[in-house]
Design a protein around this ligand. Structure first.
Ligand SMILES: Nc1nc2c(ncn2[C@@H]2O[C@H](COP(=O)(O)OP(=O)(O)OP(=O)(O)O)[C@@H](O)[C@H]2O)c(=O)[nH]1
Ligand SMILES: [Mg+2]
Length: 194
């Protein structure tokens, strides 16, 4: 089926964070891991979400409406971006925390993990926070076009016990080649439609 993604709103402050009664699935991960690229890949458009080879591109919460199903994909600012002031980092953390905490419309979070890196401290912290809050995690190992099969298998082995998940539920993804795109769409539709 042909689906459409439309940027509906961009949010920078807590005051702007009013929720409409539509399901949401957020996309989280380290800065530069490929969150905005994943949105473009799903949309089949190159420039819907702004991407950059320098980290810290996305600084707002961006709500993309998926049609015809009518739920939101939310592109979050990345974490672990060192080159900004402590005050600014705290402001983002606060905004994201409030967004995630007690959000009845949030159905799940896609966590993007870089297939070239072993599990990083900030990823592990986010995963345990989400587990504590009982927020469903959809793990996606991305940039797999940059890895050999052997490297991918090694990272899958590293991640499975941490995520406590079945191998079939860890999505191997590449925004560059489109690998994993259909599988991810299917999962999103299942989670977002109710
Ligand atoms: N080879 C390859 N490059 C990718 C992939 N996904 C993203 N990239 C590249 O990685 C860089 C960062 O991508 P973004 O999508 O901007 O990353 P982001 O997670 O949105 O980053 P922030 O907004 O800073 O948090 C860009 O240069 C992308 O072209 C992928 O699957 N394969
Ligand atoms: Mg981004």
């Amino acid at each position: 089926m042909k689906r459409e993604l439309k940027l509906i709103k961009t949010i920078y402050t807590l005051e702007q964070l009013k929720c409409e009664p539509l399901s949401q699935i957020a996309i989280a991960g380290r800065s530069n891991v490929g969150k905005s690229s994943l949105i473009n890949c799903l949309a089949g458009q190159k420039k819907l979400a702004k991407t950059s080879s320098s980290p810290g591109k996305t600084r707002s919460l961006n709500f993309y409406l998926i049609l015809p199903e009518k739920f939101y994909l939310v592109d979050l600012p990345g974490y672990g971006y060192a080159k900004c002031s402590k005050k600014e980092r705290e402001k983002w953390a606060n905004l994201i925390y409030h967004y995630l905490n007690n959000n009845p419309y949030l159905k799940a979070i896609i966590i993007l993990l870089d297939s070239r890196l072993s599990p990083q401290k900030l990823d592990l912290e986010l995963i345990s926070f989400l587990e504590q809050e009982n927020i469903k995690i959809v793990p996606v190992l991305t940039k797999i076009d940059k890895c050999t099969q052997k490297e991918i298998s090694r990272q899958v082995k590293n991640w499975l016990p941490i995520l406590n998940t079945d191998p079939k539920d860890l999505i191997l993804f590449s925004s560059k080649t489109g690998k994993g795109k259909n599988k991810l769409w299917q999962k999103l539709i299942d989670l977002g439609k109710n």
